[in-house]
Design a binder for this molecule. Structure first.
Ligand SMILES: C[S@@+](CC[C@H](N)C(=O)[O-])C[C@H]1O[C@@H](n2cnc3c(N)ncnc32)[C@H](O)[C@@H]1O
Length: 257
């Protein structure tokens, strides 16, 4: 993965993803129906700005991987955070990457970011042990099935250098299932209010269907069990920096040996 690469690389067949359809084409709608998503992206960037960890060699840029970059909202927050980094960002959905290519054009040209079309697990498999300073992600891991998420997490741990960090701003379900249900019911009401006002019942249908997937037992990502899985993967310390309803910013360090 170290060789100079074209702006977008492709290394797997494209999986069926809701982000290749209407949701992906009109992804900017997420700002209206779920303002915390953009806030989580901003916080991932802020975290990287503050981050002093890792073992640094002067003049060598941080090697940062971003998982599920989508249209580049979190990528932009990372790029604005600091200059001493090179980002390789992966996403499975071509419709999202097409928007990222436009949004990130100046940084792609400068070689500060590369985009890879792949699923996260195949992408990570191409990186060596202890080869990456930071793995960052915004609002992507909650889309993964739990078994896949566990495999991705193990790979994130493997590729990180000792002292490196995984930072994720995401939907982390409330551990109290009744409180969580109430938060989701509020989200559903907000989806209806927003899309009915816009006359976009087509998008309402797609986002409600997607919400059912996010909240299904094999996808939902409660904060408590997520933190436990980070510890089980070997990360320490694991820290929750922000918690707002069903959103959280979490960092997990790979211990120095
Ligand atoms: C809700 S979007 C978030 C996009 C972006 N990180 C942001 O902050 O707006 C989730 C993204 O994860 C991507 N994704 C879902 N499953 C994936 C997988 N297995 N491998 C790579 N990307 C995946 C989707 O295509 C989508 O672009």
């Amino acid at each position: 993965m170290d060789t100079k690469a074209p702006e977008t690389e492709r290394n797997t067949a494209v999986a069926d993803s809701p982000f290749n359809g209407l949701i992906g084409e009109e992804y900017a709608m997420l700002r209206l129906i779920c303002p915390p998503a953009a806030e989580m992206s901003r916080q991932v960037g802020d975290f990287l700005k503050r981050w002093q960890g890792g073992i640094r060699h002067s003049g060598v840029p941080l090697r940062v991987l971003e998982i599920g970059c989508g249209t580049g909202i979190t990528t932009l927050a990372l790029l604005s955070a600091r200059d001493d980094q090179v980002i390789t960002a992966v996403d499975i959905a071509p419709a999202m990457l097409a928007q990222a290519r436009q949004q990130l054009a100046p940084w792609l040209k400068e070689g500060r970011v590369r985009l890879v079309e792949s699923d996260a697990l195949s992408f990570l498999a191409q990186w060596g042990d202890d080869s990456v300073d930071v793995v960052a992600s915004g609002y992507a891991f909650h889309n993964f099935q739990q078994s896949y998420r566990r495999e991705v997490l193990a790979e994130v741990f493997r590729v990180l250098k000792p002292g490196g960090v995984f930072v994720n701003g995401d939907r982390y379900a409330l551990d109290d299932t009744l409180q969580h249900l109430q938060v989701i019911q509020d989200e559903v009401r907000h989806f209806f209010a927003t899309f009915i006002k816009l006359g976009r019942l087509d998008l309402l249908e797609q986002w409600i269907v997607h919400l059912f997937s996010d909240e299904s037992p094999d996808h939902v990502m409660p904060l408590g069990s997520a933190l436990q899985s980070y510890h089980e993967a070997g990360f320490s310390p694991v820290s929750v920096h922000e918690r707002c309803r069903n959103n959280a910013l979490v960092s997990a360090e790979k211990p120095c040996q």
